[in-house]
Design a protein around this ligand. Structure first.
Ligand code: F6P
Length: 320
């Protein structure tokens, strides 16, 4: 049986990553394994910035935002020569297998390392919820709470001033944060890559809400990377009965203490990831499907794309 494993966080941080690190350390220790924390993702692996973590190293981290290990993006990890340096460092510490926490970029590195003889298991950690092999990634629920809290507050002020708040949320091309926030806040309009972005149609809908439905304010939620919301809000002022104001929620969405849902998800996924390594499995990622923790090959996870959630769009449209 393997004796020593590594754990790292990579890519954009997400609330609940610490809970996942803690889960890996505690479950691995319980099964007799020694755990090493690799700092700043694959960058720290290549540079040999690796330290042993015991159960006390992860005390009081369950509810802490960010990642105690640090994170980074390392595009050079695509190069075999760079990965070879990483493998040498792991061997120096006697690390036989690694658990990686992150998004699909992180998974790609894990797959390559597995092919080079280091079994890796991926845990989905990203606020974007853009990994199709799981219903939820760690951090999504917390980010959604942050967004809903912010939009509820925006509604207070936009209704006082009879304005239209145009809110940009993160999601990296995935509709979930925008759509789920739209339903949770009773937004008037949600724009995602899937819904399409037709400015004239949005203006005429806003005018309908203003003139026919007599709404005194409106919320438009727009996924990032679709348009410049500052410019768009100016057009709202010009072409609709509302005074438009833009808010880019930005990196505040990535911070904060993880919700109980994310903490439990991280605890379950970390435990299963350790079990898989003990069973000698590599090149797989864990996920949650219908509240069951599952594992599938990373290759399959990378090839699958999340289908648009038609049911949620229907619910949103009917109840707006
Ligand atoms: O993947 C998480 C995420 O926050 C995306 O939603 C966003 O597009 C991206 O990371 C931002 O990256 P950075 O923090 O490097 O600006």
């Amino acid at each position: 049986m393997i004796k020593k494993i590594g754990v790292l966080t990579s890519g954009g941080d997400a609330p609940g990553m610490n809970a996942a690190i803690r889960a890996v350390v505690r479950s691995a220790n319980a099964l007799g394994l020694t755990v090493y924390g690799i700092q700043d993702g694959y960058k720290g692996m290549v540079e040999g910035r690796i330290l042993e973590l015991d159960r006390f190293s992860v005390s009081e981290t369950l509810g802490k935002g960010g990642t105690i290990l640090g994170t980074a993006r390392l595009p050079e990890f695509k190069e075999e020569v760079v990965r070879k340096r990483a493998v040498e460092q792991l061997k120096r510490f006697g690390i036989e297998a690694v658990i990686v926490i992150g998004g699909d970029g992180t998974y790609k590195g894990a797959l390559e390392l597995t092919k080079m003889g280091i079994n890796c298991i991926g845990i989905p950690g990203t606020i974007d919820n853009d990994i199709a092999s799981t219903d939820f990634s760690i951090g999504f629920d917390t980010a959604l709470h942050t967004i809903v809290d912010a939009i509820d507050k925006l509604r207070d002020t936009s209704s006082s001033h009879k304005r239209c708040s145009v809110v940009e949320v993160m999601g990296n091309r995935c509709e979930d944060l925008a759509l789920w926030a739209g339903i949770s806040t009773g937004a008037e309009i949600v724009v995602t890559l899937k819904s399409g972005f037709d400015e004239d149609e949005i203006f005429s809908r806003l005018n309908y809400f203003h003139d026919v439905r007599k709404k005194n304010h409106a919320i438009v939620i727009i996924s990032e990377k679709i348009t410049d919301v500052e410019q768009f809000a100016k057009k709202v002022t010009k072409y609709t009965g509302f005074d438009g104001r833009a808010t880019v929620l930005g990196h505040v969405q990535r911070g904060g203490s993880p919700t109980p849902f994310d903490r439990i998800l991280a605890s379950r996924m970390g435990d299963r990831a350790v079990e898989l390594l003990v069973e000698g499995v590599g090149g797989q990622c864990v996920g949650i499907i219908n509240n069951k923790i599952v594992n599938i090959p990373i290759e399959q996870a990378l090839e699958t794309h999340r289908a648009s959630n038609k049911e949620l769009y229907k619910v949103f449209e009917r109840q707006v």
